[in-house]
Design a protein around this ligand. Structure first.
Ligand SMILES: [Mg+2]
Ligand SMILES: [Zn+2]
Length: 172
């Protein structure tokens, strides 16, 4: 099995800086189409997101779960199934095992889905920490946007998730 580990904010949906209102959830251009293509090609899709806004007091756990349920529902309507929405609820100061670039969220997924072949899988995100996570767990890495490209050294730099999907599907 092959998987794509996806960042949420700035990768699938607009980065609102601590999104707490489900009404403000907006897909980035091309993101739904990209996810549909990957899903139809048989990739297992996982969202892996840092949500320190929980500890910073910007949103409640309840709100976060509502946002993820809404995201899941909107994508299901488009025929896309996200296998899991994994999130780190901690503040950076807590030095937890799950906040990206730490690997615990992905490790837990790999325990649940032991058939995932990491060297055929991808980690996609818009930040340095996403690329570092992908390297630590042994997937290929795709960075969206040039911002962190110099320090992150990803396998690929793309403009958006749609272009990432084209690379993953061998059409890039
Ligand atoms: Mg992001
Ligand atoms: Zn954590």
């Amino acid at each position: 099995m092959r998987a794509v580990f996806l960042d949420r904010d700035g990768t699938i949906i607009e980065d609102m800086v601590y999104l707490s209102d489900p009404e403000r959830l907006r897909f980035l251009r091309g993101a739904v189409e990209a996810l549909r293509k990957l899903y139809r090609a048989g990739y297992l899709l996982f969202v892996v997101t840092n949500q320190s806004g929980l500890k910073r007091g910007f949103l409640s756990l309840e709100r976060l779960l509502v946002i993820h349920r809404k995201l899941d529902l909107l994508l299901r309507r488009e025929g896309i199934l996200i296998k899991k929405f994994a999130f780190c609820p901690h503040h950076p100061n807590e030095r937890c095992r799950c906040r990206k670039p730490e690997t615990f969220m992905v490790k837990r997924i790999l325990k649940e889905y032991p058939g995932i072949s990491l060297d055929e899988s991808y980690t996609v995100g818009d930040k340095y920490t996403d690329v570092l996570l992908g390297k630590k767990v042994g997937t290929k890495t795709i960075l969206i946007g040039e911002k962190d490209a110099d320090k992150a050294h990803p396998d690929y730099v793309v403009r958006d998730l749609l272009q990432a999907s084209e690379i993953i599907l061998g059409k890039g």
